[in-house]
Design a protein around this ligand. Structure first.
Ligand SMILES: Cc1ncc(COP(=O)(O)O)c(C=O)c1O
Length: 534
């Protein structure tokens, strides 16, 4: 149309309409059957696939007086609009962005973003050459080798020799990254459950139970409301109560000891080993009395406990309730944790290696009668509705949480492997500090799933401060040993009772080890620790 601006070297296909107030930049190619109505501005080197659609009316109603108000849509330099894509008016498509065929763009698109679907969402990044970039912070185009910086939802070409400093915070946990990674299967799970309108127990929970039982290697897995409730239900199923003693670790989350007290039994602590931070079998042996009904070892930070504890329990005819809250899929030569003792208890708290989007837990066991009893106790002690044979509780797992967990479960081994790779990089990076006796590390342990990677140093406070100054978050697990918790004061323990656990509480510092760390962040952690401890 007269008045339209069309740059040098632009190519317009068959049936292309260009409005008087539309513009087409130099070298831009518009394929067959595209209408560039007034207000559509294509910069130079843009590619528009056949039958792509641009709208330009702000209020598209035949009877609406504002139908004449036109909006501007800008497609910036080098961008690609796929065949049959629809771009809603008033949007800006950033430089070198790539709109997949048939996508419906309803929002502005970032430079270099690859978007697809209806409504279009970003699924990755593309280079100037139109090649998909790998998922790294600094990503090279597979065709040209040009390097791009992908950071905080943006992507930009790096200048020759430019080495951007990484100032991103290194978080102890990164649930946002995890949720983003699982977005598609989580949405599917949500849709499936809301369609079924069955929200508590039911098929989703049964399916998860079967999947987890197979992975852990146990005949029975029972989905419950939390890790705490798994522990409580285990003790209730075993009939442990007043007059009984349960031996456990003073270095754990409070729930471990609290559930023993909740059923009216006495928590009996045994000290831990300095390196593993797990129960010391010799200390456990010394703590056994005729009233001991169970040992509750904790696979702390994802490291399986010493297998001699299970032999001890067998010799003394007492049960073992494994607190495997932090150790899903951790392995030993005798099998996976949760399959080693009388019962295994897992937590699906969001930050755990397998985390729900809320609370959840699992109880595992081999004995079919106990499994039946635990299933009854889970639903107020009822075998059939309104026929209560036992005093139980509401320990049910939600269907939504089970569905979310099933969505994440296929990747658990891969994610645990990434944790192990992070731990291996730290072990390598800290080897000189360890040799010089400046730092104690957990070591590289077969079967460990590194829920946390905890180093020990008397200079913990200083180290944490130095790391924080470089944007690296750390954590303390745990600031106080359980025997010194005010709620357990009636047990009568004082400081010095379990010196190794107490020292771990004074000196332990958890470094980020989660699977969403990238190589650059891992290096920053190593460098920062080495600089601080030099
Ligand atoms: C060792 C240990 N035991 C028990 C629990 C309790 O699990 P939940 O938070 O799911 O109740 C946790 C969770 O933090 C834990 O780390």
């Amino acid at each position: 149309m007269a008045g339209a601006r069309v740059g040098a070297g632009a190519m317009l296909g068959k049936g292309v309409f260009v409005g008087a107030r539309a513009s087409v930049g130099a070298r831009t190619r518009v394929q067959n059957g595209v209408s560039l109505f007034d207000g559509v501005e294509l910069e130079e080197d843009v590619f528009v696939g056949p039958h792509a659609v641009f709208t330009n009316v702000k209020v598209p109603r035949a009877f609406e007086s504002r139908k004449a108000e036109l909006a501007t849509t800008r497609v910036l330099r080098g961008a690609t609009i796929g065949a049959g894509a629809v771009v809603v008016c008033e949007r800006t498509i950033g430089e070198f962005a790539f709109i997949g065929a048939g996508a419906v763009v309803t929002k502005d698109v970032q430079p270099h973003a690859l978007v697809m679907g209806n409504p279009a969402t970003r699924v990755g990044w593309v280079s100037r050459a139109g090649r998909r970039l790998p998922g790294a912070r600094i990503a090279a185009c597979p065709e040209t080798g040009e390097r791009y910086l992908i950071e905080e939802g943006t992507c930009r070409l790096l200048a020759e020799g430019e080495a951007p400093t990484d100032t991103r915070p290194v978080k102890l946990q990164d649930l946002a990254a995890e949720t983003a990674h699982f977005q598609a299967p989580l949405r599917k799970a949500f849709e499936r459950v809301t369609k079924s309108a069955s929200y508590v127990l039911g098929e989703e929970v049964s399916r998860l139970e079967v999947e987890l039982a197979a992975r852990i290697g146990v005949p029975h897995a029972i989905g419950v409301s939390s890790g705490t409730d798994a522990l409580l239900l285990a003790l209730m199923t075993l009939g442990i109560g007043p007059g009984d003693e349960v031996i456990t670790s003073p270095l754990s989350f409070f729930a471990t000891a609290a559930v023993i007290a909740r059923v009216g039994a006495k928590p009996v602590f045994a000290d831990v080993e300095a390196v593993s931070c797990n129960l010391d079998p010799m200390a456990v042996e010394l703590a056994i009395t005729p009233r001991t009904k169970a040992i509750m070892p904790v696979h702390l930070f994802g490291r399986p406990v010493d297998l001699r504890i299970f032999e001890l329990a067998k010799t003394h005819g007492i049960a073992v309730v494994e607190d495997a809250a932090q150790a899903i899929c951790a392995k030993t030569p005798s099998g996976a944790v949760g399959a080693l003792g009388t019962m295994g208890c897992f937590s699906f708290f969001p930050t755990k290696n397998l985390g729900a989007l809320g609370d959840g837990g699992l109880l595992t066991m081999s004995d079919p009668e106990m499994a039946q009893r635990a299933r009854m106790l889970r639903v107020q002690g009822a075998k059939q509705k309104y026929n209560h044979l036992l005093i139980g509780g509401n320990f049910r797992l939600d269907a939504l949480q089970a569905a979310f967990l099933s969505a994440k479960l296929p990747e658990i081994e891969r994610l645990n492997e990434r944790r192990r790779a992070n731990a291996a990089a730290y072990e390598h990076g800290f080897r000189e500090l360890v040799a010089a006796g400046k730092l104690r590390t957990p070591g590289l342990v077969e079967g460990h799933v590194y829920h946390q990677y905890v180093v020990h140093t008397p200079a913990r406070v200083e180290l944490a401060k130095r790391l924080a100054a470089r944007g690296i978050e750390t954590g303390i697990y745990y600031p106080s040993a359980l025997h010194l918790q005010p709620a357990l004061a009636a047990l009568g323990h004082c400081e010095g009772a379990f010196p190794i656990a107490e020292a771990a509480c004074r000196e332990g510092l958890a470094l980020p080890v989660h699977p969403w760390l990238d190589g650059g962040q891992r290096e920053r952690v190593v460098e920062a620790v080495v600089d601080a401890m030099r």
